[in-house]
Design a protein around this ligand. Structure first.
Ligand code: C2E
Ligand code: CA
Ligand code: CA
Ligand code: CA
Length: 273
């Protein structure tokens, strides 16, 4: 804590120091939590828009902290990235998700890959090892990658994407439309799937323009022969608009929240018959 020139307490300085201390503590606790089994995965189903069946699930990491309770990924993923812990955590996520997917042979599994993981030299080997150790068919694994990773070193990013593609896994561009020059990325890199960001999906209910933007992304996907997935579908009117415009898959609270793996067999039995 600090005193400023007039002798009053500096909230700004104090808050900064507290935050840095908090971040340090969390990084330390995260390192411990990974080995202590405090992390677990939930899975959010992705539905075929036409058939209503579950085609795959997205793995989403959760942290149940013994004292602080549940911490949202938005709060700990950035710290895991800054500290490098995302690499061992990401490896655990991949293995756990692949192992779960082997138990549900009808569907695919989608796993988020952070930009820091993507730049890790061992990523391709890590993915290969997860497939080998679990026996999951590569074609059932999809990696969700945000376009930010393509900004820094385009040639290296392409080499990594090509190597992943050679393993036989699918590649999705996540949060599509939130970064820069997404269009050129789509043409130049070997993606299979566009995931339209929630921001655009919520825009569908707002205005005709909002609808037009989503239509434009869907046409682009179609022109490039890519599969399209909408994330964050929350309303019937969004779902209806996406179905009318031939979006292939939909995912969102309207259809299912992320659930623990024990719930999946029941959801699959109901949706896939
Ligand atoms: P994301 O990859 O864009 O994941 C989608 C997020 O939207 C998830 O939040 C999901 O629970 C939430 N969501 C799904 N449907 C709806 C909806 O209809 N409405 C609303 N408002 N939200 C919805 P979550 O699980 O809190 O994850 C937040 C972000 O944290 C993810 O965004 C991703 O960037 C990151 N993250 C989560 N799990 C992992 C992981 O295993 N690895 C990595 N690297 N990042 C992860
Ligand atoms: Ca994602
Ligand atoms: Ca996303
Ligand atoms: Ca998003």
């Amino acid at each position: 804590s600090k005193q400023n020139g007039r002798g009053t307490y500096s909230f700004f300085g104090a808050a900064m120091n507290d935050r840095i201390a908090m971040h340090r503590a969390l990084i330390h606790e995260m390192r411990h939590g990974i080995t202590a089994g405090e992390f677990f995965l939930e899975y959010q189903p992705r539905f075929d828009t036409r058939a209503g069946t579950v085609r795959s699930v997205e793995a989403l990491v959760r942290w149940s902290h013994p004292e602080r309770g549940r911490i949202a990924p938005g709060d700990f993923i950035p710290l895991a990235e800054r500290s490098g812990l995302i690499v061992p955590l990401g490896r655990w996520i991949l293995e756990t998700a692949c192992r779960m997917a082997v138990l549900l042979p009808q569907i695919g599994i989608s796993v988020n890959v952070s930009p820091v993981q993507f730049r890790d030299d061992m990523l391709v080997e890590t993915v290969e090892a997860a497939l080998r150790q679990t026996g999951l068919a590569p074609g059932r694994l999809e990696l969700e990658i945000t376009e930010g990773v393509l900004l820094e070193d385009a040639e290296r990013a392409r080499a990594t994407l090509d190597r992943l593609k050679q393993l036989g896994v699918k590649l999705a561009i996540d949060d599509f439309g939130t970064g820069y020059s997404s269009m050129s990325y789509l043409c130049d890199y070997p993606f299979d799937v566009i995931k339209i960001d929630r921001k655009f999906i919520s825009g569908i209910d707002g205005s005709e323009n909002g609808k037009a933007v989503v239509q434009a992304i869907l046409s682009l996907g179609k022109a490039l022969g890519l599969s399209t997935t909408a994330e964050g579908v929350e309303t019937d009117s969004q779902l209806a608009a996406l179905a009318a415009d031939h979006c292939h898959e939909v995912q969102g609270f309207l259809l299912s929240r992320p659930v623990p793996p024990e719930r999946l067999p029941q959801i699959l039995a109901k949706a896939n018959g």
